[in-house]
Design a protein around this ligand. Structure first.
Ligand code: DX5
Ligand code: ZN
Length: 223
């Protein structure tokens, strides 16, 4: 599939989400951060807003669920229009069952790891997934500083994906910007979430293109 950019609307104007989606029409996905004030200390948006956004968004929605009990709530995000649904493994009771359910409903199944969660214990789960999300900040807020400490995990995840032989996209989320995207791409990430870097830019769509071409070049550079 190659390099993809998924702007996070967490950094956009919540009073005008349709305009936010239109301002990043060159993006591959629209990243929607769902937070429940329990799994993370912040409350954002939920099913009704996702459903409304799905009717006007020009890109497919990539829902990142930072919520407790995703086993119960995640499938409803597929019904609400999300093409990709990512749950946190730390919050899931039965991640394999949940991933299979998301796929059976027709969505791509994603699984996210917080910065302190190692990837190795989940190597055997990779064939059940379409996307693995390595958080590069503690989830909960946009605009945080990128955690370099997560780079070795991106490399390990890329190796495990290669070994498993499946086509699992490797997403990074948190502090991704022109300063950090090359490091992520060199380490093996291929789907890049960027909130503040995109929506604080004068022209968000130009920033989407700039981030993409920078990542493409870094991914192609010899390691
Ligand atoms: C953080 C969210 C991110 C956030 C990224 O918990 O999952 O998607 O919006 O924002 P930036 O790019 O500003 O770090
Ligand atoms: Zn996110």
């Amino acid at each position: 599939m190659g390099i993809q950019i998924s702007p996070s609307i967490l950094a956009a104007d919540f009073a005008n989400l349709q305009a936010a989606a239109e301002s990043v029409s060159h993006a591959d996905w629209l990243h929607v951060d769902v937070m429940d004030n329990h799994f993370v200390p912040n409350l954002t948006i939920g099913l009704p807003v996702v459903e409304a956004l799905g009717k006007v968004a020009v890109q497919p929605m990539d829902c990142h669920l930072m919520i407790e009990d995703p086993d119960r709530w995640a499938p409803a995000y597929v019904d609400a229009g999300a093409e990709s649904v990512t749950f946190h493994v730390e919050a899931a009771t039965a991640p394999v069952r949940l991933a299979r359910e998301l796929r059976s409903l027709g969505a791509r199944a994603g699984m996210a790891l917080r910065p302190a969660t190692p990837v190795e214990p989940y190597a055997d789960l990779l064939p059940e997934l379409d996307l693995l999300l390595i958080m590069t900040v503690e989830p909960g807020f946009g605009g945080q500083k990128f955690l370099d400490v997560c780079l070795p995990k991106i490399r390990s995840a890329r190796e495990l994906i290669a070994r498993s032989g499946g086509d699992v996209w490797l997403q990074v989320d948190g502090g991704v910007s022109m300063d950090t995207i090359e490091r992520c791409a060199e380490a093996g990430a291929d789907v890049f979430v960027a909130g503040s870097a995109v929506f604080a830019a004068g022209d968000p769509d130009t920033m989407v293109e700039t981030l993409r071409s920078t990542a493409v070049a870094a991914a192609a550079a010899p390691r």
